[in-house]
Design a protein around this ligand. Structure first.
Ligand code: G3P
Ligand code: MG
Length: 250
């Protein structure tokens, strides 16, 4: 395998899975309180270049804002309610900046998988800025974060800006063309959908030195089968159930 692999087999997806509003500090706290030692987050840029935690390019689904996050400065984004959409008890929860999330992760030595999720058209800028921010915020962390992205350009830019931070190539459906991308990124891992990967490819990927991590697995039987088949790690939204069933894997 390429490099050491300091990750547990289960990652808390979008900060805290389904129990709290995704990609918020409340979600991260919840994952930590359940014992998770590694979290996945999605990071993109505000209009003024501040890295923030947000999955979608637009604000409507997970906040009370409108339009693209890339069109608002951080000073506007931080006023939005990013919790009410989930449930009343999270009303008033804010969008988290990457720096705020980093402080929370660092307070518990939580390991972080950073999915660089550029707003379309901002791929290189996002890769570079997130990489430099990661170096500044986690440079002395016990375990360095890992980057992944569906954007090849963003990951290339991250590699140029902070080559020392490991990368994973993230693709919905793995095809032969992705071997070349894994090589050009000097990636250590392939991340892909558990619904589409032919499990016969797991040993092939391992033979070439790549780890294999799959999203988003929410059923215990399915997770047990995939882990037994040799998949290195899974991203899950079922935080409570997985922590109870696989307590040694978080
Ligand atoms: O990083 C794995 C997974 O998060 C990719 O899918 O859409 O949940 O960001 P998505
Ligand atoms: Mg993600």
């Amino acid at each position: 395998m390429k490099g050491n692999w300091p990750w547990p087999r289960l990652f808390a997806h979008r900060g805290g899975g389904a129990l709290a509003p995704e990609n918020t500090l409340a979600a991260i706290r919840l994952g930590q309180s359940l014992g998770y030692t590694a979290h996945e987050i999605d990071v993109k840029l505000s209009q003024d270049g501040v890295p923030v935690l947000l999955h979608d390019a637009t604000l409507e689904r997970t906040t009370n804002g409108r339009g693209r996050a890339a069109d608002l400065p951080w000073a506007e984004l931080e006023k939005l309610d990013a919790g009410s959409w989930h449930s009343p008890r999270f009303a008033g929860e804010r969008i988290a900046s990457f720096a705020q999330a980093a402080a929370l992760f660092r307070s518990r030595d939580t390991k972080v998988h950073i999915e660089i999720k550029p707003t379309p058209g901002f791929d290189r800028e996002t890769g570079k800025k997130v990489a430099l921010a990661t170096r500044a915020l986690f440079g002395d962390a016990k375990v360095a974060p890992i980057f992944s992205s569906f954007s090849f350009e963003a990951l290339l830019a991250a590699r140029e800006a902070a080559p020392e931070i490991a990368r994973a190539w993230l693709i919905d459906q793995f095809t032969d063309a992705d071997w070349d991308r894994l090589g050009r990124l000097e990636a250590v891992s392939l991340h892909t959908s558990h619904k589409k990967l032919d499990l016969a490819q797991v040993p092939q990927l391992h033979d070439k030195g790549y780890r294999v991590n799959l999203y988003t697995v929410n059923e215990i039987d399915r997770a047990a089968m995939l882990l037994e088949a040799g998949v290195d790690g899974l991203f899950t939204d079922s935080l409570e159930a997985f922590a109870a069933y696989f307590p040694k894997l978080i």
